[in-house]
Design a protein around this ligand. Sequence first.
Ligand code: FES
Ligand code: FES
Length: 153
Amino acid sequence: MMIKMRVNGKSHELDIQPGESLNLILREHLGLTGTKKGCDSGGCGACTVILNGRAVYSCMTYGPKADGGDLLTIEGLSKDGELDTIQRSFAELYAFQCGFCTPGFIMATKALLDSNPQPSDAEIREALVGNLCRCTGYTKIMEAVRGVSKKGG
Ligand code: FES
Ligand code: FES
């Protein structure tokens, strides 16, 4: 089946199988491998992207659901070779080690700060509850998100 979607501001028309996930479409059809495939079953958040303004697990979203949608992936954040404020904050505050979970955390953070630029710690935790990190212990990630929201993100 054919679907259309905008990804990082660019329109695409794609020939997909109805059962293909958005994760597979991004990585295999569009070569956007910044969106990671972790558990592939809704349990880790590594695959998080923003679809029509909301953070979603791309592994749990079927391609047809994204038809006509507006998608933002980690590749869409930097502008003119400059990292955006969330990416910078994660780098400056050492909020990752292996980095596998990082695109998902950054996209979940982006969705949070777009709707709530000054979240409380409880709101940050709630927004990131679906994202797992095996390396950092979360303290640095919290600091990075707080760092962006203080700067007005
Ligand atoms: S890869 Fe999608 S939630 Fe783990
Ligand atoms: S930095 Fe390794 S899983 Fe998060």
